[in-house]
Ligand binder design. Structure first.
Ligand code: WTA
Length: 633
């Protein structure tokens, strides 16, 4: 940053009012938002029932809006719907058959456009293909594919027939994929041969081969072959287009109960293996629809671009279900943000006249490093709303986003939410005043607070735990096969949803998220459990013990550092470091590979033998050690 520190500080404490051109368009003003917020807390049932009726199509209306028997809750009990009907059929029936649903592009600047009508037909063909393999309502389908239209269509095809999809990010290793396939007992795995990143082909098929090896319950593997591929398919493997080519393009949507499962998505917790977060159809459809419409202020002729990957929750809620339910045209881009050059994303914004752009702070910081000259080469004047998600956005990055990308003509929405929450929880809507680095206010139906360990509200601007006081429509319903882990969310601080984040609340009620309160590391907006990385390291023959911490990193937000005690007879050297990194890549995937590995003789532990990562971290960063009364020696 060229600017003087004081100047940045001044800007940080400034309130940014929404630009006139944003205000002229908005669906709701700040006052309307506030009024509706009040209603949503006072009468959640009446509030959500009204929106459910106005915004979605139901085959049958619900009998009861919400049932809350601690710790469980249900929404729209007895209601029948299919999310794909809301995402596709109703638009096609209402004159939007020829409206573009997705514009796909990639590093080679290829372009594929698919309309709502065509997408519905593709989804139906895949749905019929899945049915022909015996996939039925409730069966699990794992999707391990790159960001291509067929990927999104496969998710929708599952939802069409009531199969539960579990998408696994295509950067995960064979072992991580296998764990997810096994845990969900997937009947079918859908994959593709490769993806391309920075001009290099990344093989996906061999990862799947390794992941399903010996798993007999996996009946079929559907393989999307890409340009130039000629794979010899084995016995249980079927070519994607071979499977769907003779299928009918009509498929009646399965009549789903509002509380039937829609998908499982695995995410890291502070202990043990990843949790399979389960979302159900009705509440999720409504909440993602409403947040997409109002937080991004989407209008009929807008072009919307979310740069996430469907392997994460952001992709589920804000690339697939939310935008399609609202009926907008979305851009999707396979490949790296800065390849073939750092102007790539901005050239896409210019080319497609993108109005709403949603990305992660790590990407913004990456572009800050490349410098303003890259975005300045392109016409970004179509942009109106800029979104941020995945990790706290530091004020410098916020201001850069606002000034260099938004030209002070856009509203920024810094959306705090989680895999578990299904949709945006804390943010400002575009008509609201914004503060750099502060996510903002709770969205409709979200009763948020910052509290101490006992659940009492913290004083203004004091750090505490972020909690939500009552269930909202898209709250996770359970953790797949592990109901006790679900309960923990609501019992950690009694009767409140415990988000696991530290936060403060200011005099205007704006919430600032400071980061995780638990042993979860956020690398480039991706959640990684210290326990996962540690157990991957310990599974290496040279490692006796391992402890992992997150360290501040100027682009990634956090990077991983591992401290390792070697077993007798192993030499600490560069070759071993390389080997350990390779090992973690193989066990978990490249996301989880530590940037730094340090060999140590001893790890700080409590008397009961638990590693005190907090102490390691404080020592590493030169911070006060804090309370070390429980330290062993
Ligand atoms: C962090 C991603 C600050 C937070 C949607 C949360 C954020 C975790 C923000 C969830 C934000 C997400 N400001 N922190 N706007 N958005 N986080 O499940 O620590 O991949 O608990 O969901 O990301 O990550 P997840």
């Amino acid at each position: 940053m060229s600017e003087h520190k004081d100047e940045v500080l001044l800007k940080v404490n400034k309130v940014y009012n929404p630009p006139q051109r944003v205000l002229e368009k908005v669906h709701i003003t700040a006052e309307e938002f506030d009024r509706m917020y009040e209603q949503s807390i006072k009468d959640p049932e009446g509030f959500w029932a009204k929106l459910a009726e106005e915004e979605l199509h139901w085959f049958k209306k619900w009998d009861k809006v919400r049932e809350w028997e601690f710790p469980e809750y249900k929404w729209f009990i007895g209601g029948k719907l299919n999310i794909t009907y809301n995402c596709l059929d109703r638009h096609v029936k209402n004159g939007k058959r020829n409206k573009v649903a997705y514009i796909y592009t990639n590093e080679d600047n290829q372009e594929i456009k698919i309309t709502y009508g065509e997408l519905l037909e593709l989804v139906n063909k895949i749905a019929n293909g899945l049915k022909s393999l015996g996939v039925r309502k409730g069966d699990r389908v794992v999707i391990y594919m790159p960001l291509v239209i067929e990927q999104l269509a496969t998710m929708l095809a599952c939802a069409r027939i009531g199969a539960v999809h579990s998408v696994v990010y295509a950067g995960f290793s064979a072992n991580a994929l296998r764990m997810r396939i096994e845990d969900a007992k997937a009947r079918v795995v859908v994959t593709s041969t490769w993806t391309k990143r920075r001009g290099k082909k990344i093989d996906l098929k061999s990862v799947v081969d390794e992941a399903v090896d010996g798993l007999e319950f996996v009946e079929n593997i559907i393989v999307l072959q890409r340009e130039g591929d000629e794979f010899e398919l084995e016995e249980r493997e079927i070519d994607f287009y071979e499977l769907i080519k003779d299928q009918s393009s009509e498929c009646e949507p399965e009549v789903m109960d509002a509380e039937d499962p829609l998908f499982i998505l695995y995410t890291s917790g502070s202990t043990g293996k990843p949790k399979g977060v389960l979302h159900t159809v009705g509440g999720y459809n409504l909440y993602t629809h409403v947040t997409t419409k109002y937080v991004f202020d989407i209008h009929e002729d807008d072009i919307y671009w979310c740069t996430a990957d469907p392997g994460w929750i952001t992709g589920h809620s804000y690339m697939v279900y939310g935008p399609l339910s609202v009926g907008v045209t979305s851009v999707i881009a396979e490949g790296a943000p800065d390849y073939p050059d750092p102007g790539r994303w901005w050239s896409i914004v210019e080319k497609y006249r993108v109005n709403i752009f949603y990305t992660a702070p790590t990407a913004i910081r990456l572009f800050m490093k490349y410098g303003e000259e890259w975005p300045n080469k392109y016409d970004l004047s179509s942009l109106r709303i800029l979104g941020s998600v995945g990790e706290p956005i530091n004020p410098e990055a916020w201001i850069w986003y606002y000034e260099v990308i938004g030209k002070k003509q856009c509203s920024i929405v810094d959306t705090w939410w989680q895999t578990e929450t299904g949709g945006h929880m804390i943010t400002t809507v575009p008509a609201y005043p914004q503060k750099p680095g502060k996510a903002g206010k709770p969205f409709w139906g979200v009763e948020a607070d910052v509290v101490d360990r006992e659940g009492y509200s913290e004083e203004t601007n004091k750090v505490g735990y972020l909690i939500i006081k009552q269930p909202w429509p898209s709250a996770l319903r359970t953790c797949w096969g592990e109901p006790e882990r679900f309960e923990k969310y609501w019992t950690e601080i009694d009767h409140y949803y415990f988000a696991g984040d530290l936060a403060t609340k200011d005099e205007d009620g704006y919430i600032m998220i400071l980061g995780r309160a638990d042993d979860v590391i956020n690398v480039s907006g991706h959640r990684i459990g210290t326990a996962e990385v540690e157990s991957a390291l310990v599974s290496h023959p040279a490692v006796a013990e391992a402890a992992v911490i997150g360290k501040p990193h100027d682009v990634k937000g956090e990077s991983i550092k591992a401290f390792i005690i070697l077993k007798q007879g192993h030499e600490p050297n560069e070759t071993l470091i390389k080997d350990l990194k390779m090992h973690v890549r193989h066990e978990l995937g490249s996301l989880a590979v530590p940037d730094e590995i340090e060999f140590v003789e001893k790890l700080p532990k409590t008397r009961s033998g638990k590693i005190m990562r907090r102490v390691l971290k404080a020592r590493e960063l030169g911070l006060p050690l804090g309370d070390i009364s429980t330290l062993e020696d």
